[in-house]
Design a protein around this ligand. Sequence first.
Ligand code: 5AD
Ligand code: FES
Length: 372
Amino acid sequence: MGLTIKEILEKEIFAREDIISLLQSEGEDRTLLFKKSAEIKEKYIGNKVWFRGLIEFSNICSKDCLYCGIRKGNINLTRYNLSDEEILVAAKFAYDNRYGSIALQSGELESSFVTGRIKNLLHKIKELSDGELGVTLSVGEQEPDVYRKWYDAGAHRYLLRVESTNQTLYNKIHPNDSKHDFNHRLNCLKSLQDIGYQTGTGVMIGLPFQTMDDLAGDLLFMKKFDIDMCGMGPYIEHADTPLIKHSEKLMPLKDRFDLTLKMIAIIRIMMRDINIVAATALQAIDPIGREKAVKIGANILMPNITPGKYRDSYKLYDNKPCTDDSAEDCQSCLEARVSLADAEVIYGEWGDSKHYHLRRRQAPGDGHQIMN
Ligand code: 5AD
Ligand code: FES
């Protein structure tokens, strides 16, 4: 007989089978899981949420990920690239509204032009905010010296989702060529961490072919890699992508949503003080999906501050929410939502991952007991 959920939740370290049992928990067991993760969040983070103003500055992408709506091969899409001026106006909006930081996200492009452009934008963003606005980058795989240049120019966090840590599954959801190489993605994550970024990764949940064992492996990877930030969301099919042909293999959306909440709860328990994003994709399934994630463990929300006219074109998946709203709409809507989740938005702070600062102070292997 295996352990009960209650016994598993009392353990210091989860084994793979424990995680699988937690992912499969139902009814009262599921409630126990969420109760535990909410307690851990309260203890190590408090009932707080930080905003990252999200600027999706371009949907031009050189990659062809089989699930992604802005993949290079999708011709049913208007491509855009915000001007520097538009990006800086959005950053100024974030600063004026006391968001501690912004996230610059785009499709993946590698070129000396992009390297220089982002470097220049980082300088300008620091300038317009007296050095106060924090910047997260999420612009894909790049060479280490490019990551280094951007770090030196003021970016301090980087999000690069590994999408799945099972290489076989990774290869099923990406073209099998050198541009979509699993090991290269891992190497990129490693160099981000080595350079000194607060490093974030995550996976999609409910992908075709994905098993509970894969998801347990993803969480174990994140713990072993010692990430500082986690952004995971449900996979949502997009009609204009190759992966749509496997739709009949998918679990219902509601179950993908539920599994995402469980993944968030488990990683909160496993890693305690990291930053966890309540992904927008949760809201594509449940109108109060992000609030539910905040209740059980997430502490970061990313209000979209991309100028409204472009939002419709940054559709990674179908039914993406908030594409008709303005930045002001997103802010007041999210603020009301956060108070619904009995949490409080903290303004004017970067909201760094505590984990990052402790990790940098501690010798490896010391664990996180310092927080007690
Ligand atoms: N469903 C859910 N998330 C998706 N992403 C891309 N396509 C989809 C989809 N169809 C996520 C990927 C990527 C992030 C920017 O968006 O995880 O890293
Ligand atoms: Fe490029 Fe999705 S394939 S961001």
